[in-house]
Design a protein around this ligand. Structure first.
Ligand code: MN
Length: 313
């Protein structure tokens, strides 16, 4: 189910339903393999054929769950009223400062290279590139409580594990093609976050023109503090943002240096995806990203929010 939901966030729901049903379709499999990480391309006619086949098999099978899946074909993946899951799966949530209720997370978007100096250090031209986005799975979230130092596990496979301190915007509403001047109306609140990155794996995959997934979208890679409602803090359009490792400041910038501000990020993102309540957006990191090792203590600061700290273990 976790895999299903995660796929649903990235692929079309009908494609996911077909996969979940275990349909063996060679055209599908070939494309799914070739696309690994991107959306498999199935044209409308093929899709229709696949679905017809899918419907027939499952109606013959007669399983209630299969029929429920069939009914949802073409719909966005969502909880189905009256349908019981075969096992429970935790839903990712983030605490909200001052509230008993939590913020339910639908998707995690991250913007790449959004500070000129960081774009340059990553080898791109900040004056020409439009914003680009990637996603992390929602269960990659590690919430760090205020006034604590959370243990953060050094992940597998990497020998170059990087910090990226970022402003995170949490949405209470969404839509498509949202105008810039309406975009901030979608924001529920803000948090201070870390887009933790297996840089060696990200670079290696990039060099081979493969997806960044393994470098960016692993367990615990979406670190963040609790969400602060806009009603309490206002919108974050300026303010110092910094990160220190063992007391030495490494990243130190200001939100005014973002190439695309939060309103522009929401507007641009909504051209590619329908945004919805529960989506959160990591706004990109300033320059001087760098490696951490076990034992390091990271201290993140954003003007107007409490500090956020983790220890690499
Ligand atoms: Mn980042």
């Amino acid at each position: 189910m976790a895999g299903l939901l995660r796929c649903a966030a990235q692929w079309s729901a009908d494609a996911v339903q077909i996969r979940a049903a275990g349909l063996q379709n060679s055209a599908w499999s070939d494309r799914a393999t070739a696309a690994s990480g991107g959306a498999p391309k199935i044209n409308k006619q093929e899709q229709k054929t696949v679905m017809t086949d899918f419907n027939r098999r499952n109606i013959l099978a007669g399983g209630a769950a299969a029929l429920a899946g069939t009914a949802a074909l073409g719909e966005t993946a969502q909880a189905q009223v009256g349908v019981t899951a075969i096992f429970p799966v935790a839903h990712a949530t983030i605490p909200v400062v001052g509230l008993k209720e939590v913020f339910p997370v639908r998707r995690i978007y991250c913007i790449g290279r959004n500070y000129a100096a960081h774009a340059i250090e990553r080898g791109s031209d900040p004056t020409r590139e439009p914003p680009f986005f990637f996603q992390k799975p929602t269960d990659a979230i590690q919430v760090v409580a205020i006034d604590t130092v959370a243990d953060h596990p050094y992940p597998s496979l990497t020998k170059n594990y990087h910090h990226e301190v970022e402003l995170v915007a949490a949405l209470k509403a969404g839509g498509t093609n949202i105008p810039v001047d309406k975009a901030l109306d979608c924001v529920y609140g803000y948090a201070l976050g870390l887009d933790m990155t297996r840089r060696d794996l990200q670079n290696a995959m990039g060099a081979e023109k493969k997806p960044w997934e393994i470098g960016k979208s692993f367990d615990h890679s979406a670190v963040l503090g609790p969400i602060h409602p806009v009603t309490k803090t206002g919108h974050f359009t300026k303010g110092a943002i910094s990160l220190a490792v063992n007391g030495t400041v490494r990243q130190n910038s200001d939100l005014t240096k973002m190439i695309w501000n939060v309103a522009e990020q929401i507007s641009k993102l909504s051209e590619a995806f329908e945004l919805k309540a529960g989506d959160i957006i990591y706004s990109g990191t300033p320059e001087n990203v760098g490696p951490v090792v076990k034992g390091d203590v990271l201290l993140c600061k954003l003007e107007g929010l409490p500090d956020m700290s983790i220890k690499i273990v």
